[in-house]
Design a protein around this ligand. Sequence first.
Ligand code: PMP
Length: 363
Amino acid sequence: MSRGFNFSAGPATLPTKVLERARDELLEYGAERASVMEISHRSKAFERIAAESEADLRALLAIPDDYAVLFLQGGATQQFALLPMNLAGAGDTADYVLTGLWGEKAAAEAKPHVGVNIAATAAASNYTGVPDPASWALTPGAAYLHLTPNETIQGVEMLDLPALPAGHAPIVADLSSTILSRPLDISRYGVIYAGAQKNIGPAGLVVMIIRRDLLERAGAPRAKILRYADHAANQSLFNTPPTFSWYLAGQVFKWVREQGGVEAMAAANARKASTLYAAIDGSGGFYTNPVEVGARSWMNVPFVLADAALDKAFLAESEAAGLLALKGHKSVGGMRASLYNAMPQAGVDALVAFMRDFQQRHG
Ligand code: PMP
């Protein structure tokens, strides 16, 4: 086997055990005498997959009964538009706090559908921190408050949800790149959404956790395919779902449970992140990460080399050493190491050893 350690931001590394299981079941799923990709989404076997995956996710995140769980298509980007279409009525305002590029995109896509108030933005600091919550200019009676608690590109994470004034609008959070990395208090959110291709499974799926009272807001679009309420009423089987991605997500949920759940993930993720940040900070400026220490992401760690002329050599040599996809996002440059749940400590240790060796040879 020549699988490398894959630091891609997404689609991202998956647990090897999950891939092996999918391989073993690829031609014949259970007693179906057909692949899971070849069976009806209305079959008993798929109904079981759907029910078990939802139950496992509910158990992992302690999702209360008054929240619906949806498995939909269209990625997180489609939700940028569907959220205001479903949650806001005519004349409504929604607040957006911007801590990076994904929040910017979410706000831009919302604009045709709701009055967008940028309640706070860290753009002036080049997205290297989270604006002080005391400075957030929240709109009284806003339809919702949108946050991107982990910005995948900038590597900025709100490690805890801030305390907000009583009676604040429901929080809508894009958790694409941090869901399942640590425990969450679901009851603090109105809507959580997450593209699957980081901590959940392969691309093609977006998981949503929606407080049920928000399913029937005044602004709901007329087309059923765009309405959360219709997807919830049909258990995400309103039309043909991405069955293979959903099946694989279910396998990932089982794997997370076997590892000890989100508490165990949090412990492992904290250790991985501190290993890498310590290596960056201890490099005497050879490598740097610009994010304020208290807002550094556990999942996505961007870093630059003091001498950008070495970037090409770093990328070529790291790839040759089996450390894959370390190129940073084009808007930030340099490198980015994504340390999702499926990245083992051994991968981070190998990366850090490579970084030290590279510095010794080129520093
Ligand atoms: N939000 C965040 C935080 C992301 O990281 C991404 C993808 N990297 C997206 C949204 C967009 O997801 P998709 O491509 O699935 O629409």
